[in-house]
Design a protein around this ligand. Sequence first.
Ligand SMILES: [Ca+2]
Ligand SMILES: [Ca+2]
Length: 530
Amino acid sequence: MPRWPIAALLAGGIWLAACAGTTSPPVATPTASSPAATPATPVSVVPQESWRDAVLYFAIVDRFADGDPKNNQNVNRNAKGTFHGGDLAGLRQQLDEIADLGATAIWITPVVKNIDGFVTGAGFPDWGYHGYWADDFYQLDPRFGSEAELKGLVDDAHARGLKVLLDVVYNHAGYDSSYLEDPKTRGWLRSESTGGCGGDDLTSCVSGLPDFKTELPEVADYLMTAHLGLAKRVGLDGFRLDTVKHVDHPFWQEHRRRLREQLGKDFFLIGEVWGGDAQSLDPWFVNDEMDAGFDFSFQGSALAWVQGRGRTVAFDRYLKSREKVRAGHLLSPYLSSHDVPGALFQLNGDKELFRLAALLELTAGGLPMIYYGEEVARPGGDWPDNRSDMPWGGRKIFPGSGKPRDEALRADYKKIIAIRRAHKAFSRGTHTGLSTEGDLLVFLQRDEASGDAVVVAVNRGAAPATASFDAPAEWGDASVRDVWHDEAVSRTGARLEVAVAPRSARIFAVERRAGTSSAPTKSGGLRSEM
Ligand SMILES: [Ca+2]
Ligand SMILES: [Ca+2]
């Protein structure tokens, strides 16, 4: 395999993978269905009403769970760049882990056939375990599993109320892909070996990867037919689109047209535009080429603020600015991903601050994406440690069996997700800063359509902080609770005075009528440490 200079691999800021209310809380309940590959009582979630209300969970298939050791090839779990054996069968067997957390949708890395060998540009053998180095878009990679297993995964996810998004790549093939050799297809690519790599976003060979001439109708048709066909056959709910800005707008418009025609209007598209935010994603939203985009601005802004950098009023303005996203489209904030150093790593392992960042991600608007394992404090790190194995603690689930899990952190994630899902103000509401003095941020999320209003107070400082604010009109004279700590809050008429302990948060909402309580759970010994 070729050796690519690391500088080229990192070009473009893209790592080697070149993608580099009143809603009932989603209480886990047994369902009547009992899919063949799973235990008799699968955990289910209350399905999201719309993608606006989704909580997305992203898993790298190879690093999550190995359900079928027979498909393992060149597996070396001690090496960072090799396959670790995870597959579709393993993910399918562990769907309860994701449903129990409360996520409503899963995004999985690409599963098409990848190049067989490794590249060495990173300084170690680096394989296509991540799925972004395709060798054949019309086959699934046997190291991940079969199409029947993908369909089984989707069916079992649906039985639990979970949606499934598959990551797809249109821009490039893998290094030395057989597409470069096949006489039928070799003219379809720009590459460093055959020439034609351009200097702009659309025609450059990103990270030295062969670039499909997606502007050619036969190439576009070949790729779209592959991905749309698979989506239809296995029943996918949408795609996560890789390297969006490296493919032209007419392609994405035709892609959307064909998807709507063949898979219906609800097929969801969330795209990776490197550096994406409300403004920079707009060229893909203005013509409705996709529904949502990843918000690259949130991680840095949130981690900086919880660490005491920048004024609270500026962070509040930033949170509000995300509402500039075009109507009908969504931003997806995240704390960690496969292409950036993980949040807990960036916070030097400080779980108190990590909890604050996670609470902000899940309450301050947008479509939150949870990167596998961060909910149990997977250490992560810089690339490629940000793709380490899912920790399973004492469970005999490989490759991450024996890796420690922080169950208290996971319980807090579960609780905050349940609170989020019980309040449309978090997923659909507008943001209003109520207090931005010192280290304490107090903000209101309000959803006019449902009449739901929730107030969040986060204290990043080392000292207790207090603030007072007028109760939102939606609350009337109802009793107020801190639903995060599950405790009553006293009020004096329309005014509330609240104290927030150092490095912690509170969430205020009115008590609901019986049967519509916003509290996600009253039991289970959950600890509130955010
Ligand atoms: Ca396997
Ligand atoms: Ca391109």
